[in-house]
Write a protein that binds this ligand. Structure first.
Ligand code: 13P
Ligand code: SF4
Length: 332
């Protein structure tokens, strides 16, 4: 017999008290899942805070690369995910596409030793490992500018994967030249060469949406995530990562209206603050929304029965190099 939501919540509470499990949830998770987590945050906060946690199991409610990052940083922890849902952007690149991107630069006269690769944390462990092996590092949307500044001080060309928008937005903010592989431009003229990946959710926001809100509520502010197209970020009053957006919105005066261009669940949770979703459609991340209360319950139950399901494993070589790429970021 199917349990009701109330019964599921009670069972989850009972299992959390009984087992050595820390439940972790990203801000984009459904409200009912988000509310029962012990640790919530953006991808960087979750990776760092779970490293310091001492439960035997981490039950990670998010997308695959996030659970993988926890396993890479803390290989002795057992990481299980109620749904191993793969972020659409992370799926756009694998180690072979990564090698092709390096080859593209080499074919255009840039030697491998003059390339410094940076991968957005929204990538799978195999890509992080490739980047680590080539002397590069990981960044998140919260620290991309700092990481790129450090990388440029080595005097190399930056290969930025997989999000072209984040790469271009940071380049624009810093007055650097960027180009996207497969689009017009000579990599020798660019400081940052971006892979052509993107987030389908953050591509939903349009200049028409911004014009609509500016006309409807004169004085409204527009705040967007750097995974949005550069044209959208250029037309915004504030551009920031998940945690930076939350801080910005919660610190506004109560009467200040703000339209936000990022994932629906997170924006909706801030609705009381005169906050609007910057879209005529619902910008829900389909993969983040896959995790349900029932999935969380079944994953905890499997641990109780001694047969954990959906456990994250990373092979030792990938783990070693992906960890190095992540640790280079954490050291900064
Ligand atoms: P954060 O790194 O801000 O948590 O974002 C992850 C993400 O998937 C944004 O779409
Ligand atoms: Fe990936 Fe976009 Fe979903 Fe973030 S919102 S997890 S980048 S698909």
């Amino acid at each position: 017999m199917k349990l009701t939501n109330e019964e599921l919540k009670n069972e989850i509470q009972r299992l959390k008290e009984k087992l050595s499990v820390t439940v972790v949830a990203h801000f984009y998770q459904r409200d009912e899942v988000f509310e029962l987590a012990d640790i919530t945050g953006d991808s960087l906060e979750l990776a760092m805070r779970t490293m310091a946690d001492d439960s035997e199991y981490v039950l990670f409610c998010g997308v695959g690369f996030m659970g993988q990052s926890v396993k890479v940083l803390s290989p002795n922890k057992r990481v299980v995910m109620p749904k191993i849902a793969c972020c659409a952007m992370a799926r756009m690149i694998d180690s072979l596409y990564y090698d092709d991107s390096v080859k593209f630069l080499e074919d255009n006269g840039i030697k491998k030793e003059n390339i410094l690769p940076i991968t957005y944390i929204n990538s799978n462990a195999d890509v992080k490992a490739k980047v680590g092996e080539m002397g590069g590092m990981v960044c998140t949307s919260a620290n991309a500018k700092k990481i790129i500044t450090t990388a440029l001080s080595e005097g190399k060309k930056i290969l930025f994967v997989p999000d072209r928008c984040l790469g271009q937005n940071i380049a624009n903010q810093m007055g650097l030249k960027s180009m996207v592989i497969g689009q017009e431009g000579d990599p020798k003229d660019a400081d940052i060469i971006c892979y052509d990946g993107f987030c389908s959710v953050h591509q939903l926001f349009t200049l028409d949406d911004i014009a609509f809100y500016r006309k409807k509520f004169p004085g409204i502010l527009i705040a967007t995530h750097p995974e949005c197209d550069p044209a959208i970020c250029d037309a915004s009053d504030f551009v920031g990562s998940t945690s930076q957006l939350i801080k910005y919105i919660t610190e506004l005066a109560p009467e200040q209206k703000v339209a936000v261009g990022t994932e629906f669940n997170m924006v909706n949770r801030l609705r009381a603050k005169n906050t609007y979703v910057l879209s005529s459609t619902k910008p829900e991340c389909p993969t983040m929304n896959e995790t349900t209360l029932e999935d969380v319950y079944l994953t905890l139950k499997a641990i109780e029965e001694g047969a954990p399901i959906n456990e994250i494993e990373v092979d030792p070589k990938t783990q070693k190099w992906a960890k190095i790429a992540l640790e280079r970021m954490l050291a900064l």
